[in-house]
Design a protein around this ligand. Structure first.
Ligand code: FAD
Ligand code: NAG
Ligand code: NAG
Ligand code: NAG
Ligand code: NAG
Ligand code: NAG
Length: 538
């Protein structure tokens, strides 16, 4: 019953063809390793420590270090090109050294914080590369007096929430609902969670940052300037530098909050529920966030009948009586009763959202520190934005499609509230006023066969195509943190501006141009790049 809140190549075929078409012989692993290590030793002046943090392919720990933060098994195959080296810095100067040395030998780096990129861009490549893995840089220092925290890129969201809770029961932070997601990718890509209607995105609550630039220089907000500081709040860190930490502004949360889940199948009038949800969820009290999950399932009431189940999963920043009465007035088809609700602390709601069953079994906040290394399932995600309600007829067609395909589902995340009050160019994330909700296409599976992978990728793509009339157009917008290489790819190393403009416009709409200008100013040679990075205009 637990929905896949916390998971997560056709590309393989593509990548292999591309790498084969480049004639220059790849540097051998050993020669790159020797040159790189020599450089890093000079740069960091700490040769003994380096033995523990620089992993060549022949190091017995290489595979486990690589796999620990692979969060999508689809990108964990033997045919995937492996990095020549993995470096796991223990301090800032190590990161500076890695940038300087990788640049000097002309080798690509991929930056990994929590490894949750849905297409694995933090740990795969079609060219020889080094992984700069930041999991050791995970300090979270909370200052309750100032109501701020400095959170390092390699910290997980679970660690951030836990460290805040240690210091205060009435402070929180608006970020994602999966505790193993990393700060570095999540916040540089915008970040949202179940307080998005009250407090906006994670990046709307960032006040400073530390970045290592392409010259290996350590910058803070003041020294990097407002352009770069703007870019790394939603434009994706990997195009601009290595984010070491963000300074965040904590937000107030009440001592008691309420969570609930209500489920209805089509036989139980789920269609009415979804029609109503589209009106209420984006406009109701901004203390209330009601996520809607839609999944094709086998009916439990009518034998053998296939149906769709709609689940409303919610956080209310207040008590149960208040939200039950509010829903009675605004959303009667939900039929919310006090028995459906759990009143708990804010950290309790974090536990409930990450794992209902564990919450009911009395999970302690400490479980948020569990990094769940080397555990993943196969998955694919895509995204869309909905700007006008989908009609009843429209919904009925969508149910047919979900049932016919049998596996792919949706997660609808309502906007409105604070999201509609922030200008679309305040940060690189442009999807603000005018968007009712964001849709995520979601499919997760365990069958490792290539046939299964092809089947589910095809299902997701067909559903995406079917949804065209219901979603944003010109551009058809997408959320960077729901990375999807189907919407465009910059063939690695080619740095085509035209290719970059395709996905760039979808992710950033009118903010794309400013990101391109900033990219040209801070990294004109395009050292920091990946399959969907901000291109440099020739
Ligand atoms: C199970 C799961 C649940 C999720 N839930 C949510 C959610 O509730 N809300 C939401 O908004 N998103 C959610 N996401 C998406 C998530 O925010 C993105 O995948 C995010 O980019 C992950 O960050 P990471 O550090 O774990 O990933 P990584 O794979 O390490 O990095 C993602 C990208 O950022 C780059 N990057 C990482 N660290 C740095 C750094 N320090 N400096 C510069 N660039 C860097 C990488 O190179 C890569 O391009 C979820 C993803 C998963 C798999
Ligand atoms: C990756 O594959 C290896 C080898 O098949 C397996 O042992 C490991 O558990 C897998 N890890 C993930 C995260 O998929
Ligand atoms: C973070 O660093 C500070 C000092 O810089 C230290 O006091 C604190 O214990 C560290 N926190 C964690 C969670 O490691
Ligand atoms: C569904 O709606 C119909 C018509 O409004 C109503 O008669 C029926 O009782 C509803 N069923 C459920 C399970 O709520
Ligand atoms: C069977 O499922 C369909 C949706 O697939 C639903 O509309 C119908 O009401 C269900 N049939 C019965 C007898 O419940
Ligand atoms: C949460 O609410 C459900 C439904 O009322 C109940 O079964 C469960 O025991 C509650 N859990 C806790 C930890 O209070």
């Amino acid at each position: 019953m637990a929905e896949p809140t916390c998971l997560s190549i056709t590309l393989f075929v593509l990548l292999i063809t591309i790498s084969a078409s480049f004639a220059a012989p790849p540097p051998t692993s050993q020669s790159v390793y020797d040159t790189f290590l020599l450089c890093l030793t000079k740069q960091t002046k700490s040769p003994t420590q380096l033995n523990d943090i620089v992993f060549s392919q022949t190091n017995p720990s290489f595979s486990s270090v690589l796999q620990n933060y692979i969060r999508n098994s689809r990108l964990n195959t033997t045919s995937t090109l492996k990095p020549l080296i993995i470096v796991t810095p223990l301090k800032k100067s190590h990161v500076q050294g890695v940038v300087i040395c990788a640049k000097s030998i002309g080798i690509q780096i991929k930056i990994r914080s929590g490894g949750h990129d849905y297409e694995g861009l933090s740990y795969i490549s079609d060219k020889p590369f080094i992984i700069l893995d930041l999991f050791n840089l995970n300090n979270v220092s909370v200052d309750i007096e100032k109501q701020t925290a400095v959170i390092q890129a390699g910290a997980t969201l679970g660690e951030v929430y836990y460290r805040i809770w240690e210091k205060s029961k009435v402070h929180g932070f608006p970020a994602g609902v999966c505790p193993t997601v990393g700060v570095g990718g999540h916040i540089s890509g915008a970040g949202y969670g179940n307080m998005v209607r009250k407090y906006g995105l994670s990046v709307d609550n960032v006040i400073d940052a530390q970045v290592v630039d392409v010259k290996g220089i350590l910058l803070d907000r003041k020294s990097m300037g407002e352009d770069l500081f703007w870019a790394i709040r939603g434009g994706g860190g990997a195009s601009f530098g290595v984010v070491l930490s963000y300074t965040i502004k904590l937000v107030p949360v009440p001592e008691t909050v309420t969570v609930f889940r209500v489920m209805k199948t089509l036989e139980e009038n789920a269609t009415d529920l979804v029609v109503e949800w589209q009106k209420v969820a984006p406009t109701t009290d901004d203390r209330l966030f009601m996520r809607l999950l839609l999944q094709p399932v086998t009916s439990t009431t009518v034998e053998g009948n296939k149906t769709v189940r709609a689940s409303v999963v919610a956080l209310f920043l207040g008590g149960a009586d208040e939200v039950v009465s509010l829903m009675g007035k605004e959303f009667p088809t939900l039929g919310l009763k006090k028995e459906n609700c759990n009143e708990t602390s804010w950290i309790g709601s974090v536990l409930w959202w990450s794992d209902n069953d564990a919450f009911n079994n009395g999970a302690k906040p400490k479980t948020l520190l569990d990094r769940k290394l080397n555990s993943a399932r196969f998955g694919k995600r895509k995204s869309d934005y909905v700007q006008k309600p989908i009609s009843r007829d429209g919904l009925e067609g969508i149910w047919k499609k979900l049932i016919e395909q049998g596996k792919v589902g949706f997660v609808f995340n309502p906007y409105g509230g604070k999201m509609a009050q922030i200008a679309s160019d305040a940060t690189p994330f442009p999807h603000r006023a005018g968007n009712l909700f964001k849709m995520q296409y979601s499919v997760t599976w365990d069958d490792p066969s290539e046939a299964a992978t092809q089947n589910f990728l095809t299902q997701a793509r067909k559903l995406y195509s079917y949804m065209t009339p219901f979603v944003s157009q010109n551009p058809r917008s997408a959320y960077l943190n729901y990375r999807d290489l189907d919407i465009g790819i910059n063939h690695f190393g080619a740095n085509s501006f035209e290719e970059g403009q395709v996905y760039g416009t979808k992710y950033f709409n009118n903010n794309f141009d400013r990101l391109v200008k900033i990219k040209a100013a801070v990294d004109p040679e395009n050292f920091f790049r990946n399959e969907q990075s901000i291109p440099v205009k020739a």
